[in-house]
Ligand binder design. Structure first.
Ligand code: HBI
Ligand code: FE
Length: 303
């Protein structure tokens, strides 16, 4: 069960996709890029010790099957310090910039600067709130597998820490992004349902549609904002885990527009600064309804 079955081929020798029916069918080994073999512009590129640590943590994730206890890591002093610096900076903006659902969740999660949260513990909290699960993964997973995981209420999470030289920046998902950006919102059942809908649509999506769903995910789960008493508040993980992005969202005069999952989505920008345009929900209840209706068009293919 560690790896999904190889793709079948039809008479035209085209790959026939097998639609996953459980989390066990999702291959968590399809990591894009070279995970710990970092690229030249990565803050840890020249740090052999950091790369070895990454590679060790990645190795742990590869051996985990769904349902297994997630190994607890003893974080090193420089990792704890990196976590503390990121948390303390972000906490300055949360009361004014983050949505109430997020604020409620971080109250309950009670993050402390001197303790890096363990994935197993936040997994347990999610199980008891929205029913979501955490599955550790070595790095950036193939979009189809990542989105498919959401259909089975499983969030694939990295477990390594960004490089200590840049506590407020990471070019890829890392534990701080997952724990601060993603985990708190996933305790909310309407939000969790909205995320699962994107996952359900992905099960029946063509490769081209996966690309569209990646953008829908990007403009909701990563960079979504919500109206709250006539103010715009952040709920996307890419906003909530970046001081600069939070500040920009509220003061940088970006564009705001209602989310339309059927519409052609703007090109995603990873490296050229902050988002120019954010998509707004009126509530997570409404967001989950909207995405349920959207994903239904994909689910109808199941016949
Ligand atoms: N993999 N580990 C991990 N974390 C993500 O946030 C992530 C991913 N793979 C793809 C992805 N996000 C997005 O590009 C969308 O495809 C969902
Ligand atoms: Fe993310």
């Amino acid at each position: 069960l560690a790896r999904a079955a190889p793709p079948l081929e039809n008479e035209q020798n085209e790959e026939v996709r097998v639609i996953p029916t459980s989390i066990h069918d999702i291959d968590n080994g399809k990591i894009l890029g070279f995970d710990h073999n970092l690229s030249e512009d990565h803050p840890g590129f020249k740090d052999e010790d950091y790369k070895q640590r990454r590679s060790w943590i990645a190795g742990l994730a590869r051996d985990i099957l769904p349902g297994d206890e997630i190994p607890r890591l003893e974080y090193r002093p420089e990792e704890v310090e990196t976590w503390a610096k990121a948390l303390e900076e972000l906490e300055q903006l949360f009361p004014t910039h983050a949505c109430k659902e997020f604020l409620d969740a971080i109250d309950k999660l009670d993050f402390r600067p001197d303790v890096v949260p363990q994935l197993q513990d936040v997994h347990q909290v999610l199980q008891e709130t929205s029913g979501f699960a955490i599955r550790p993964v070595a790095g950036l997973l193939h979009p189809r597998d990542f989105l498919n995981g959401l259909a089975f209420k499983t969030f694939h999470s990295t477990q390594y820490m960004r490089h200590w030289s840049q506590p407020h920046y990471t070019p890829e998902p890392d534990l701080i992004h997952e724990i601060i950006g993603h985990i708190p919102m996933l305790t909310n059942k309407y939000y969790a349902d909205m995320v699962q809908q994107i996952g359900l649509a992905s099960l029946y999506a063509t490769d081209k549609e996966i690309w569209h769903l990646t953008k829908v995910y990007w403009y909701t789960v990563e960079f979504g904002v919500v109206m709250e008493d006539e103010e715009i508040k952040a709920f996307g993980a890419g906003v909530l885990s970046s001081y600069g992005e939070l500040d920009h969202m509220r003061t940088g005069n970006p564009e705001f527009a209602p989310l339309d999952p059927w519409a052609k989505q703007p090109k995603m920008s990873y490296k050229d600064g902050f988002q120019k345009k954010y998509f707004v929900l009126n509530s997570f209840e409404e967001g989950s309804e909207l995405l349920r209706e959207y994903s239904q068009t994909f689910l109808d293919r199941k016949q």
